[in-house]
Ligand binder design. Structure first.
Ligand SMILES: [Zn+2]
Length: 297
């Protein structure tokens, strides 16, 4: 999907609403309040596409109880914002989005945060096979008292991540305190199919005894070499570099509570990376739209 297609396919708000109805109800409209299927559109020519429920006698549109509930923006701008955000590999700042869509920065900010929330909802299946795991440190208070330390021991916010080689990524910020052995263990237990996982990490002590959880655990000694045949963590490092380019290039600072949303955005794009192109872009757009209509505001 690209901006051009959005303008072509969805020239009016009614076009956007009709498309959302398809995505949300899949041909069987139901009441957004009581789930009853006894619903009718009173006036087919009505551009606002209001539905009426014969069961609870309330009227509603398809955006009720979705992330777009009560929005004052034309839906075309939502569709455009989604497209811009999905296609921007290194993300987009609210200032940039505001300029592109002719919106105040605050509006662009809340719009993009809500789209990120939907991206975060798009969870991938758990990982198996060769799984690289690592942590990185982002944002927080950089340059604290002079120079902020790099890596473990810094004031920044830790993020734990694991990627299946050639497959999907899972990543989550640690919002309170430092990375602990327990958090790393929990991450492995919830994000990987442990009995079918060959875990690769560096020699950080937090990963000690991981071999007891997974089928095999190999480590790479980063003080000596970064690649030892198939034993490397290049895939997860590649993902971190995407996350960091979005941070340094676009957003500059993440406030801790919202870190999850930015990491979720990076995961969504990484996991759909093979589909974000001219041929398959529509699939990614629809997937995101599905999350938008099923994620409450
Ligand atoms: Zn109803």
């Amino acid at each position: 999907m690209n901006i051009h297609t959005i303008y072509q396919k969805f020239p009016t708000n009614a076009d956007c609403l009709a498309y959302l109805e398809q995505v949300r109800w899949k041909g069987t409209p139901c009441c957004a309040y009581c789930n009853s299927k006894k619903v009718i559109m009173r006036n087919e020519k009505d551009r606002s596409r209001r539905w009426f429920c014969k069961n609870c006698r309330r009227s509603f549109s398809v955006t009720v109880n979705t992330i777009m509930h009560k929005t004052r923006l034309p839906l075309q701008k939502w569709f455009l914002a989604m497209t811009i955000l999905v296609n921007a590999k290194k993300s987009v700042s609210s200032h940039q989005l505001g300029r592109d869509l002719d919106l105040p920065v605050k509006t662009a900010y809340s719009l993009s945060q809500r789209i990120r929330k939907a991206m975060l909802g798009n969870q991938m299946p758990i990982l198996s096979g060769i799984v690289e795991m690592d942590e990185t440190y982002i944002g927080g208070k950089p340059r604290y008292k002079g120079i902020s330390k790099r890596g473990r021991g810094t004031q920044k916010t830790p993020v734990i991540g694991a990627v299946e080689r050639g497959g999907n990524v899972h990543a989550e910020p640690v919002l309170a305190g430092k990375v602990s052995k327990h958090q790393l263990r929990d991450f492995v237990l919830t994000k990987t199919e442990t009995r079918n996982t060959n875990l690769i990490t560096d020699e950080y002590r937090g990963y000690k005894k991981m071999e007891k959880l997974v089928s095999n655990h190999l480590t790479i000694n980063h003080s000596r070499t970064y690649v030892d045949g198939d034993i490397h963590t290049n895939s997860i490092e590649g993902f971190w570099s995407l996350v960091k380019r979005a941070h340094y290039g676009q957003h500059h600072h993440y406030t801790k509570p919202y870190m999850k949303l930015y990491i979720g955005e990076a995961c969504f794009k990484y996991n759909n990376r093979k589909l974000i192109n001219r041929k398959h872009g529509k699939k990614v757009f629809n997937e995101l739209l599905e999350e938008m209509v099923c994620t409450a505001s």
